[in-house]
Design a protein around this ligand. Sequence first.
Ligand code: HDE
Length: 711
Amino acid sequence: MKETSNPKSAQLGHSTTDNTDQALTTNQGLKINNDQDSLTAGERGPSLLEDFILREKITHFDHERIPERIVHARGSGAHGVFKIHKSLAKYTKAKFLAEEGKETPVFVRFSTVAGSAGSTDLARDVRGFAIKFYTEEGNYDLVGNNIPVFFIQDAIKFPDLIHAVKPEPDNAIPQAASAHDTFWDFISLMPESMHMIMWAMSDRAIPRSYRMMEGFGVHTFKFINEEGKMHFVKFHFKPKLGVHSVAWDEATKISGKDSDFHRRDLWEAIENGAFPEWDFGVQIIPEEDEHKFDFDLLDPTKLIPEEEVPVELVGTLTLNRNPDNFFAETEQIAFHPGHLVPGIDFTNDPLLQGRLFSYTDTQLSRLGSPNFHEIPINRSINTVHNNQRDGHMRQEITKGKVSYEPNSIGGGCPFQAMMKNGGFASQEERVDGKKVRARSQSFVDHYSQAKLFYNSQSEPEKTHLQNALIFELSKVTIPAIRERVVGQLNFINKELAAAVAKKVGVKITTLKQPNGSIPADADPKSLQSPEKEPSTQISDALSMKNTVKDTIKSRIIGFIIEDGVQAKEVNDLKSKLEKEGAVVQIIAGSLSAVKADDGTTFEPKHSLTSTASVCFDALYIGSGKQSAENLLNEDNKPGTLLFVNEAYKHCKAIYFGKGTEAVYDASNVKSKKHEDPAIITADQSNSDESFIKAVAQHRIWELEKARNNPA
Ligand code: HDE
């Protein structure tokens, strides 16, 4: 889809300013002759109140900040297009899903949850995955996450959860981290969070890139077709590049080396034309099957295993344009799960129900006016007609005397649309029962899917999860909290609990009240036992081991070279890798041009000390004895070895070019030559191809334990 054919981009064009070749003006359009000095009484005298140019500039500056989002404050976004390949008309009348081949403009914002707007991208955290579809029937927002379940079952617990995870209120420590007392105190008392905790402590919470994570709608939603028939639906986005993460040690180091790592990665991929893509899929459940599952479809702490209901892939999401202005677009975009189009409706999931109130409410304090829908990024591509008027910063000039309905003076306009003409009508549903403040009995199963997730992980994933729990709980200063969390883990997996208990210095106790925080008058007998097993024992889709591993597209490969490097070898490999879509970046001892053996030069993008191996997916040590010797000279040796040793520790592919044995020998690489799939040497057959294959594997986590490398 060309940009000119994207109706949202065309609409934004009307609000976009280009300053090229323009004179500087005030906000009133007055050309400014001197923007260097204020108006003063005498050259060394006081400034004058009448200096409207100074006052306008300073006043605007004084008010340039708006409140950051209460959650998901740190985020990055991009424009793109959603295309439906296989019509869903059988299930939904939503036009953007029903018409095969239809393209819909989108804006997607990814985020972390707990940190402030300036916090590191690599925090261990859930990632937001919020999509605004600018459909011809109005904006549809799918405000999802990269994890398919949530911590809590009811919106009334959300402020508690967020207060617990945010920096502690007395000293505002720690920033963008769940590894502290209040978070784990709350979690230890909330068994319903255990499934989500398994996900949040897994490597899913430290993605390699926004482009390499899944997206989920989380809640069960409803599809309604032209005949009014309803199906339940779960939404999925599966990245074409596969689902990949970094190691925790990498994450903490990236936070120091480049805390904008994910933001930069998304920006650069789009600038380089490596447009991030996801397959869009749905799990469809006929209305009559609502109670067929051994969990409640309305419970947001449960997923539907793909073994029980397969994900049908029906579309693609592509991000193809960076915003022109971060504040105007990424910051001011306002999502809301209640932005619906005909053919999609909510369920009674009590978490979703609470969200329906929260999102508009929060925009009022964040964006400051009920007219936030008029901000260019939030405008629908179809025009808005209603009788809402006035308010702060109103932009629209609505003609006529009439601002009420019904009316005769305005000819009854704007009029209500019949359903057959696209009028939205909430799906009718029978609701009867007593007014109660209680959790449904069908929600009281907190451990079975936590077991499913844990049991579905590969060995290295289990180790990472265990280490994450150990790291987090080691930061908890109150032993009773650590012990209570271990007690919860013990209901999920005994070995996991034992391994964590040992490292965090607590004993395993059987919690008497596994169901944790319950209403004051609850009957403990009504609470179910943690012995329940999941309906599916193992689900392959839950392990990242089974993800896409056949592409090196957009992977960043560091070429470490120095003077004397063999130009032909470097150029040949570079073109091979670039042909496969990888990005090659030259690293040398300094930023001075590297003189190759044939007299040509290479311009380094980085020096050994300005970047680090954690910012790369794989390394190539450039061919040539001379280059290797220079990489090991007094000046460069520490940097070169740190690069190689860290990459080795993080199980990345490393390719030693011809004549670089000295670097191999000096490093911590202890693998037997030709026996380690991630360590490639130029003397092995098909070395280039072996390297490409190893890079596509992302990281060879299975080797981590054996390497036992302190780097
Ligand atoms: Fe949100 N959430 N949330 N949330 N959420 C917000 O809205 C809220 C929940 C999600 O990039 C806020 O505009 C409540 C689940 C994303 O702009 C706020 C509850 C899921 C984003 C809010 C939840 C999400 C938000 C803060 C429990 C995954 C970022 C700023 C009932 C399905 C959107 C804003 C963006 C943002 C409330 C739970 C996803 C305060 C009350 C579950 C991706 O309205």
